[in-house]
Design a protein around this ligand. Structure first.
Ligand code: ZN
Length: 222
């Protein structure tokens, strides 16, 4: 329902798009997934490492906490993470009945949102060896150009994030860093989307377009 430059299925509520269009898009997306739009748990993402444990949707927008990860043990409760180049991280321990969603951009990677959310899951009874981890479309390590000093700083805390663009300049691979952090925590069942948001015309990319929409990753326990 969104008009340019947010066309068409923008799910982000804080990017300048018409709120009615965002609401309609969120309803369409939820219904397409077989979900109740009113149940979807959104976050007020701030590139930090705070985690909220949730057992229901927020009452209204003012109640949404500034967190970059949410965890639930509630079956049927969908958790959503908004991105446009950052790495959406979806996690579940189906045996323990725990699901989580996290937003990992470059600052969140360094801040440790991924270890924080896995630790929160473990605190609720998850076992890393049972956790299934999926990362969604994100800007790839061959496209995410950064200053040399920034690459060094990020790689100092997460060495696997060190990368180089396809044109030979310093870069950061956030998704590789996320997977290295998950691997170090004992999460073995991991897969990453092959889609690079910056290269794909079907995906929102902040670095490509600046003023643009957000895509969402959803996770829930059946
Ligand atoms: Zn790319």
């Amino acid at each position: 329902m969104s008009a340019a430059p947010y066309e068409e299925l923008n799910l982000g509520g804080a990017v300048g798009d018409d709120p009615a269009a965002v609401l309609a898009n969120r309803e369409r997306a939820a219904r397409a997934l077989g979900l109740d739009p009113a149940q979807v748990v959104w976050m007020n993402q701030v590139h930090g490492r705070d985690v909220a444990v949730v057992d229901g949707p927020w009452g209204d927008v003012s109640e949404i906490p500034a967190v970059d990860a949410v965890v639930t043990t509630r079956r049927g409760l969908p958790l959503a993470v908004l991105t446009a180049d950052c790495t959406p991280v979806l996690l579940a321990d189906p045996v323990a009945g725990i699901a989580a969603a996290a937003h990992a951009g470059r600052p969140g990677l360094v801040a440790g949102v991924v270890p924080a959310v896995v630790e929160a899951m473990i605190g609720l009874g998850a076992e890393p060896s049972r956790i299934i981890a999926r990362t969604g479309p994100a800007v790839c390590g061959r496209c995410y150009e950064v200053p040399s000093r920034m690459r060094a700083e990020v790689a100092e805390s997460v060495p696997a994030s060190w990368s180089e663009t396809s044109w030979g300049t310093p870069a950061v691979d956030v998704t590789a860093g996320v997977h290295a952090q998950l691997e170090a925590l004992g999460v073995q069942d991991r897969r990453a989307s092959a889609v690079c948001t910056l290269e794909s015309g079907d995906h929102f990319s902040y670095r490509r377009d600046r003023t643009t929409g957000r895509l969402a990753g959803y996770v829930w326990l059946d």
